[in-house]
Structures are given as C-alpha cells and as structure tokens.
Design a protein around this ligand. Structure first.
Ligand code: SAM
Length: 213
C-alpha cells in the first residue's frame, strides 16, 4: 500500500493517544487493562487504512481489536476513521510486527487476521511473508490454544504458499473459500485492498486455520 509522505503524521498520531498506543512494548501482558475490560482481543497485522478493523469493531462491540500498521503515512487514515467513529474497542499501533512476542504475553490474543499481506513473490524474500514458519511460531505463542488465524488475499501464489506453510506447521485448516464474495457471507468486512481487487474481478481467497493444542 503506497501513500504520500505526510509530514504531519507524527504529530497527528501523538495527538490521539485514545486510539494510538505510543509505547506498545510497555503494554505487554496488560492489554486487558488498556481496554479496561476482559473482552477477547483480536489482532490485525498490516491493517493499512483501517477499514477492516473499524468495520469489525462496529460489528463486534463485545470484542477488542488491536491493529498494527508499519507505515505512519498509512495508519493516519485509520486514526482519522477512529476519530470520526469513536469506537471504544479499537487500539492502533504504528509498529513493525516483526516479533509479536515483544508486544504480547503468551496466549494474550484470541484471534489474528492477516488481510492482503504483502506477497513477497521472490523466493529469496520468503522469510518476509507473514505466513512464513517463523511468523507462525510467534502467532502460536501469543494466541490462546485452539484460536484461529484468519487470512484473506487475492494473491493466488501467496495463498497456495500459505496453505502449504500451515500444513507443514501441522495446523488445522478449519475453513477455506476460493471465492469469498461468491459465498456471499453477510458478515464479511471488506478491506481497502479487497474492494480494489474484487472490483477488478479477482477472486478473494480466505482460510481459517488453528494451531493444534
Ligand atoms: N490490510 C490492508 C488491506 O487489505 O487493505 C492493507 C494491505 S497492504 C498490501 C499490506 C500492509 O501491511 C501495508 O500497509 C504495510 O505497510 C503493512 N505491513 C507490512 N509488513 C508489516 C509489518 N511487519 N508490521 C506491520 N505492518 C506491516
């Protein structure tokens, strides 16, 4: 996802500590205190401009959502949405999710979403794919047992790779769709990329997988 450099982004993030967690490493093991309740916590990695997390938060007020996005110039759009809609159950992190174990205690998270993750198609970049086994190890550690990893993409190569990666990791495949929009799931919340690529006629692939306990 590309965005113009926004020199005001830093100040804008600092001005909204009600949504942007500025020192997330300090919150490890304390995320329930951050939300002030014991609701389950769902995590989105690579949240982009925040359409998915905001839609999910509205649809599931009984779930808390944390969305992590690396690019400052992109996450500001998610913060703008939060400022407008004022959800009580969303926190946004401008952070590199390269090791989730820095952010979360073991089993602190109830579900993880990867939406339209960067495909990194070259073999030499395999380690950067968010479904590479080193990432799966982290997800397993921060997730509660039997919790799900939910992955959507329009990229067939990354989808096939991810199914293989889950299988080699001995995960259970709980559900697969090879054309999510054809299935007409009324609860599906679209992401920005999902809208863009489905308008171009790309099928959207989705898998729900869990780690064996
Ligand atoms: N999920 C959004 C959507 O579906 O519209 C954005 C998809 S975009 C292709 C991938 C996003 O993941 C980019 O905004 C990128 O900055 C973010 N990203 C990539 N690696 C990341 C990482 N290690 N930590 C946090 N965000 C990351």
């Amino acid at each position: 996802m590309r965005a113009r450099h926004k020199p005001w982004a830093d100040d804008y993030l600092q001005e909204h500590p009600e949504y942007v967690i500025l020192n997330p490493l300090d919150k490890k093991g304390k995320w329930r205190d951050v939300f002030g309740n014991d609701q389950p916590i769902h995590l989105e990695i690579g949240a982009g401009k925040g359409r998915f997390v905001m839609g999910m938060a509205k649809q599931h007020p009984d779930i808390n959502f944390i969305a992590i996005e690396l690019a400052k110039s992109i996450i500001v759009s998610a913060v703008e949405k939060a400022v407008e809609e004022q959800p009580k159950n969303v926190k946004l992190l401008n952070f590199d999710a390269s090791d989730l174990r820095d952010l979360f205690e073991d089993h602190e998270i109830d579900q993880i979403y990867l939406n339209f993750s960067d495909p990194w198609p070259k073999n030499r970049h395999e380690k950067r794919r968010l479904t590479y086994h080193t990432f799966l190890t982290q997800y397993q550690q921060v997730l509660k047992s039997d919790s799900k990893l939910v992955f959507k993409t329009d990229n067939r190569g990354l989808f096939e790779y991810s199914l293989m990666s889950f299988s080699h990791f001995n995960m259970l495949i709980d559900d697969v769709s090879l054309d999510l929009h054809e299935d007409n799931d009324p609860l599906n919340v679209m992401t920005e990329y999902e809208e863009k690529f489905s308008k171009r006629g790309h099928p959207i692939y989705r898998v729900e997988a869990s780690f064996k306990s």
